[in-house]
Design a protein around this ligand. Structure first.
Ligand code: PLP
Length: 374
């Protein structure tokens, strides 16, 4: 069996789970290894503690490997929002972002702007279809713009931004700050087009909360002030002297990382690295094709992108009666995210045929009911 097949075989969550864009049930390897790490921490022995501390370096190395970056430039964070805080609170000038971004981007940008007394100003864009394309960014671009903050894969529309094209548009002198929460580990792109990339382990990496990271390129480290730098952002711990932030990416940290979370992140990233991100992306793309085909066949509108290059693992259905569809799926034990007028479906590489079959049956029953009652 190939490593990819091994990986697919590790999905032991209940059938019907199609909510990977919200939360990824923990993988067996994360669950097993975390117990071992917890036992080591339970001993109190310095050698055991330092063994678990090695997880920090492992996580940095593995995240860096997937990003094509240097491990020292990867910081471990309690959440991706905190990673974005480090990036945005230290930035000045006009920062372009869509008003429809996940609040980790939009709210953080607004708060950072207020804290800076408007030395940082949001340059909001509101694309009609919520898609941050080079064309809509170009319209907002002027000399005051210092950065663009964007989700690589949008949590709501499922749209995958074109990082290379956005970089080409904004040029080398502006920062590209990327929220890769809905992409990291399942989308094979060149992250080095970005300057800051944040992500976390609790969705597609199946590693649980608290396991986030933020990567800062050399350009980011030169231009972003580490205003939220804390005790782990200095070269050592000093009581009498107030040390300056280190000139490294670690300046963008507050306090030493949770080693259990670092372990979970390391294991989650190791598993996708071993399986191959490209292979995972290809399998998810097949599932997305199937889900779109099922929705089309049952006459339910799909509003997420259809072209493979513009999407990742998120399919958005916009049925005429979203609440009724959400209730029908929930009653059938199919787990999705229902929000307003849409139902978000997110399959992973290990989503089984039975789950897709179940979805087919439920959408079929829903479509027919709509037909007979109209
Ligand atoms: C695109 C995006 N960014 C950020 C977050 C929040 O991440 P965290 O909980 O690590 O701050 C989410 C959570 O759903 C998300 O979808």
């Amino acid at each position: 069996m190939s490593t990819f097949d091994d990986y697919v075989g590790t999905f032991d969550n209940e059938s019907g789970y199609l909510n990977w864009a919200a939360f990824g049930p923990l993988s067996p390897s994360v669950r097993e290894e975390i117990f071992a790490d917890a036992d080591l921490l339970g001993s109190g022995r310095p050698s055991s503690l330092s063994l678990v501390w090695e997880r920090v370096g492992q996580a940095q190395e593995l995240v860096a490997e997937l990003l094509g970056a240097e491990p020292a430039d990867v910081t471990l964070q309690p959440s991706s929002t905190q990673g974005l805080m480090h990036a945005l609170y230290g930035t000045t000038g006009a920062v372009i972002a869509s008003t429809a971004e996940f609040p980790s981007v939009s709210l953080t940008l607004e708060r950072a702007s207020a804290a800076s007394h408007r030395a940082l100003t949001p340059r909001w864009i509101t694309p009609d279809d919520g898609r941050v394309t080079p064309d809509v960014v170009a319209e907002a671009l002027d000399d005051e713009v210092t950065a663009l903050a964007v989700s690589l894969v949008d949590f709501r529309t499922g749209f995958r931004a074109d990082l290379a094209a956005l970089r080409e548009l904004i040029g080398p002198d502006r920062l590209l700050i990327v929220d890769a929460v809905q992409a990291f580990g399942v989308v094979d792109v060149d992250y080095t087009a970005a300057d800051v990339v944040v992500g976390h382990g609790y969705k597609w990496l199946r590693a649980g909360r608290g396991s986030a990271f933020a990567w800062f390129s050399s350009r980011a480290r030169e231009r972003i002030a580490p205003v939220l730098s804390g005790i782990s952002g200095t070269a050592g711990l000093s009581v009498d002297e107030l040390l300056a932030p280190t000139p490294s990416a670690q300046a963008f940290t507050v306090s030493p990382p949770d080693t259990l979370a670092a372990g979970r992140l390391a294991i989650g990233v190791r598993d996708v690295r071993d399986a191959g991100v490209a292979a995972i992306e290809a399998r998810i793309a097949e599932h997305v094709d199937t889900i779109v085909e099922i929705a089309d066949r049952h006459g339910i509108a799909v509003t997420s992108p259809r072209e493979r290059g513009s999407r990742a693992g998120i399919v958005v259905l916009s049925p005429e009666e979203p609440a009724r569809l959400a209730a029908a799926l929930a009653n059938a034990g199919i787990v999705v995210t229902a929000r307003g007028s849409s139902v978000r479906i997110a399959a992973h590489a290990g989503t089984d045929a039975a789950t897709l079959q179940q979805l087919d049956e439920e959408l079929g029953a829903f479509g027919n009911e709509t037909f007979t009652s109209s």
